[in-house]
Design a protein around this ligand. Structure first.
Ligand SMILES: NC(=O)c1ccc[n+]([C@@H]2O[C@H](COP(=O)([O-])OP(=O)(O)OC[C@H]3O[C@@H](n4cnc5c(N)ncnc54)[C@H](OP(=O)(O)O)[C@@H]3O)[C@@H](O)[C@H]2O)c1
Length: 251
């Protein structure tokens, strides 16, 4: 069986940290990117220089045609896809009274429909089994921090879909799990964690009193993709320093 993992959002943040780790484990990595060709190509070159196999694959997960194309590109470059990490995601932070329909539609298209269509594509192509990890969020079970209710709702959809999809494909030896990161240092959180005062306030709301690093989330994803997790499916694994205190405001 080939050992090829497609990682959407693979050029940055949690996706890139995962790509580096699983490449060290011997997986060939298709690095999904939407805009940052430079970052995807640099990461592929880094993995190849270390003796691994990698290829950048371009696509917007809000487009069904692009999703199909990303799987085609991955198969052409590396072979049949047996692993999928859905890390591509966006967030919006806004009071509900200020929501705009177009922004909500984009949020749902990327975080929910795109992820589901990537899983559909994997389900069609993983004819000899496989492993899928969906990047959800600790926001899902608690409705998010203030201003993140719509984002949290998309991640709750990811959790529910993960549970249902895992039931459907278990007999085909396709395992499907979710990882729920807490506040993690990436570009997505740079506007908050770029300010040490805001980071300190956020850290106070986390039981371990610090934010996470991308590699700490990637380690959970790596485990779920690996044969070490061979009987784990339909799980939601929290990687969040113990969760966070509900209701705290930092802004
Ligand atoms: N950081 C956190 O605190 C945190 C906490 C909980 C959950 N998460 C989740 O973790 C996942 C990864 O986030 P991150 O923190 O690593 O953020 P990030 O550094 O901002 O990375 C986001 C990635 O998603 C990709 N992406 C965005 N829209 C896309 C689209 N329409 N099509 C294809 N790719 C798209 C970006 O690709 P380009 O670079 O090409 O634009 C980028 O690689 C997300 O699903 C996020 O919701 C993050």
């Amino acid at each position: 069986m080939s050992n090829v993992c497609l990682i959407t959002g693979g050029a940055r943040g949690i996706g890139a940290a995962t790509a580096r780790l699983v490449a060290k484990d011997g997986m060939a990595v298709a690095i999904g990117y939407r805009e940052r060709a430079d970052a995807a190509e640099a990461l592929a070159a880094e993995i190849k220089a270390a003796g691994g196999r990698a290829a950048p694959v371009k696509g917007d997960v809000a487009s069904e045609a692009d999703i199909i194309s990303m799987f085609d590109q991955a198969e052409k470059a590396l072979g049949p896809v047996t692993g999928l990490v859905n890390s591509a995601g966006i967030s919006i932070k806004s009071a509900v009274r200020d929501f705009e329909a177009a922004a909500l539609e984009r949020l749902m298209a990327v975080n929910v429909i795109g992820l589901i269509l990537c899983c559909r594509e994997a389900s069609r192509r993983m004819t000899s089994g496989g492993a899928i990890v969906n990047i959800s969020s600790m926001a899902a079970p608690i409705g998010g921090r203030a201003g993140a209710s719509a984002y949290a709702a998309t991640k709750a959809a990811v959790d529910s879909f993960t549970t249902g999809f895992a039931k459907e494909v278990g007999k085909r030896n396709i395992r499907v799990n979710a990882v729920r990161p807490g506040m993690t240092r990436t570009d997505m959180t740079a506007h908050q964690l770029g300010d040490p005062k805001i980071e300190a306030k956020l850290a106070e709301t986390i039981p371990m009193h610090r934010v996470g690093e991308a590699i700490e989330i990637a380690e959970a994803v790596r485990w779920l993709l690996s044969p070490a997790a061979s009987f784990i499916s339909g799980a939601h694994v929290d990687a969040s320093g113990g969760g966070f205190v509900i209701g705290d405001r930092w802004d």
